[in-house]
Design a protein around this ligand. Sequence first.
Ligand code: CP
Length: 308
Amino acid sequence: MALSTKHLLGIKDLQKEDIELILHTALQFKEVLQRPVKKVPSLRDITIVNLFYENSTRTRISFELAEKRLSADTINFTVSGSSAAKGETLLDTVNNILSMKVDMVVMRHSASGAPHFLSKHIPAAIINAGDGINEHPTQALLDAFSMTEKFGSLKGLKVAIIGDIMHSRVALSNIYLLNKMGAEIMLAGPPTLIPPYIKEAFGVKVTYNLNEALHWCDVANVLRIQLERQNQPLFSSLREYNLSYGIHRNTLEKLGKKIVIMHPGPINRGVELDSDVADGPFSIILHQVENGVAVRMAALYLLSTPNA
Ligand code: CP
């Protein structure tokens, strides 16, 4: 089995069968990661550059660990300390790195479409590790893996995506993926953080009432409020956001059913999630992070060996 695509630029470009193949392969790598020796030789002699033009903790470490578990050689690029800080273009930087016999590129960039641009100009396979407010495909895949682990299937699963939909590449990748896999989606948050076109464009439910979303869903995927992407205030204060849209432990306990709480991280504690929810029995946040390594191993493996 092989992926239908040479790059992983977004969930938008994947077939349902591609998603199933990545999740199935990730399950096998998760089994590898439970062994005392967590390393396999699958990517021996493959060299991968992790090109991070924007800050990251989970995604960067997760990719690096996935590459090491697959026995790839890795190099890490961050803007600070590089010649990008002197004005070198993205294409010049990447072509210089590729001339040193690098085979694959994992890339995060603050500009939406940066990995798509790069894919038209270089021969190496590219994995998008988050581009601006566009997509974060491996986050959606690890979210899907985590939900499948918990519920067995995504088909018919009711997933509420809550918070800053407007600025969230995680939201968009999740919407593409959940639609392709037959889940039901409800977006919830303040009207200023939910683009008006999204309901019709993606056939999702929209509510501005948090309680409606929580009563409806099996899973609440809670998003970070991205203040750094807001040019002007889109709600009155963080305190008021927490009162209206923050997830509180007592609200969950009053629902009369158990729902699963997810968050891609980093968390604004006390804003979109209270600490006793983030760290409490409803949360699978650290399982998501754990699953990210197996999912990224699967993506790297399948893209490096097109006929795997
Ligand atoms: N979920 C996520 O992308 O986290 P980082 O920004 O820390 O990589």
